[in-house]
Every structure is written in C-alpha cells, then in structure tokens.
Design a protein around this ligand. Structure first.
Ligand code: ADP
Length: 248
C-alpha cells in the first residue's frame, strides 16, 4: 500500500473526480496529490468552483473519487464499502459545518455526547471536561440549541466533533453563519485545538481572515493544486487569491 506522504493524517493521491458523463462531464478534481500533516490546521482555498468542497468531501469519505486514493492514516478509503465508510466517518472523523446541525430537541450536553451514544462508547470524563471548559460551555450544558447564540451553537458542534478524538476534524465554512466576533472565537478555538490538543484540522473557507488562523493554506484552481502558503496572514492569502483570479 502507498504510504505517501508519511506524516499525513489524511492525504489525497492523484485524486480525480468527474461529475456526469460525455459532453456535460465536469472534472471537479483533476489529479490532486496533497497531504495534511498531523496536528496542523490547514485551510483549503480557491475561487468558487475550484473543487474545494469536492476535495473535502472525498477526503472525509462523504463522496467517492473517480480515480486516485484517499489515505486516512493507513486506510485507503477509496477501496472501502459504504458500510465501512459510515463507520470511519462516525469513529475517526469529526465534522463542523456552516449550519451547526445540532438536534433541536436535545440539550447541549446530549448533542455533544451523541457520537459516543451512537457508537455505544462511554465518555472519557477528563477529555469531556476539558473540551467543555476550553469551549466555554460549562454553564450551557442544559440548554437546548434554540436557547443558545450562533457562536455558542457552533462551539457545541465543535465539542460534539471533538468528543470522539477524531483523527481529522473537517470544517466546512465553519464561521459562515456567525458574526465576526463569534467567528473569531470559533477560529481561535480551532487553532488552539491544533496547537494544544494536536488535533489535525482541514477547513474549507473563502474568507482570507479565517484562513489566516491556519498554519498552512492549500490553494486550488480548476480542480488542481495551485500553490500553498505557510504561516499565512490576510495579506498573503488575499494576494494569492487575486493572482489566481486574474490568471483565469
Ligand atoms: P468549490 O467548493 O471550490 O466552490 P466544488 O467542489 O463545489 O467547488 O465544485 C467543483 C466543480 O464541480 C464545479 O464546476 C461544480 O459545478 C462541479 N460540481 C460540484 N458538485 C457537483 C455535482 N454534484 N454534480 C455536478 N457537478 C458538480
């Protein structure tokens, strides 16, 4: 089995995704090879339609590639059945989305514990306490989502995503529904999760301000890798996106 690149928590190897057939076929990913190192926070950026969501969905086992490989740890997801992929998503991957996707009838605490309940696992109380404290949710555990602000709801969603200690946390425009202050809080928490807990994070965003929280930005254009930025700041990300846009 291919083990490229060795330090990666998750990697794409020559990944191709074609939607449709014949004249209407769209090559959403056109041979992408990229690794996401353990314990690092990486943002995927690029113009609209460049393949960001498709790449994330393939990496997370939510969609299957046409050719190429997705390696999660030692597991090649591209050869696995739907049943195995469901188990991988549930046990080895965490998700946060733009819409918080909490269950409205459950308290914050029950929402956070849901992935463990589904897997029939007991919570690691120390890990749970640390998450709840770090995410500032200690006084909110008995509240239902409708009783929480957007920022609080996204922090509950983050706790739910991290409670299983996933190998990779995927975040899809996690601040898209938040005001700038709550958004900055959530992004700071993502950054801290990588730094303090060694959490691997892959985030799709179109916002240079959000990407500046990451350790690294991977740029896509027309379904291909179009560069990367280490230790990004808003200016370097904005410049890179402008260069990509003017090259089209
Ligand atoms: P991004 O997230 O960067 O905006 P996407 O990954 O959503 O880009 O889309 C990449 C390309 O694939 C676009 O041309 C888009 O129209 C196309 N695409 C995405 N999803 C589908 C789909 N389910 N069916 C057909 N084409 C799709």
């Amino acid at each position: 089995m291919q083990t490229y690149p060795p330090a990666a928590a998750v990697a794409a190897v020559d990944l191709v995704k074609v939607y449709g057939t014949g004249d209407t076929a769209v090559r959403a990913l056109d041979g992408v090879s990229v690794g996401f190192d353990r314990g690092r926070f990486t943002a995927i950026m690029g113009p609209s339609g460049s393949g960001k969501s498709t790449l994330m969905h393939c990496l997370a086992g939510l969609d299957t590639a046409t050719t190429g490989q997705v390696l999660l740890g030692g597991t090649d997801l591209t050869t696995r059945s739907d049943r195995v992929l469901t188990k991988v998503r549930r046990e080895r991957i965490g998700f946060v989305f733009q819409s918080f996707n909490l269950l409205p009838q459950l308290t914050a605490e029950r929402n956070i514990l849901l992935p463990l309940d589904l897997a029939g696992r007991r919570p690691d109380q120390e890990h749970l306490d640390r998450l709840v404290t770090t995410l500032g949710l200690a006084g909110r555990l008995g509240h239902r989502p409708s009783e929480l602000s957007g920022g609080q709801q996204q922090r509950v969603a983050l706790a739910r995503a991290l409670v299983t200690r996933p190998e990779v946390l995927f975040a899809d425009e996690p601040t898209g529904n938040l005001d700038s202050r709550s958004g900055a809080e959530v992004l700071g928490l993502l950054r801290d999760s990588a730094r303090d807990l060694g959490q691997t994070i892959v985030m799709v965003t179109h916002d240079p301000g959000a990407a500046a929280y990451a350790d690294r930005v991977v740029l896509l254009a027309d379904g291909r890798l179009a560069g990367e930025i280490h230790q990004p700041d808003i200016a370097s990300v904005t410049d890179a996106l402008q260069t990509l846009a003017s090259a089209r």
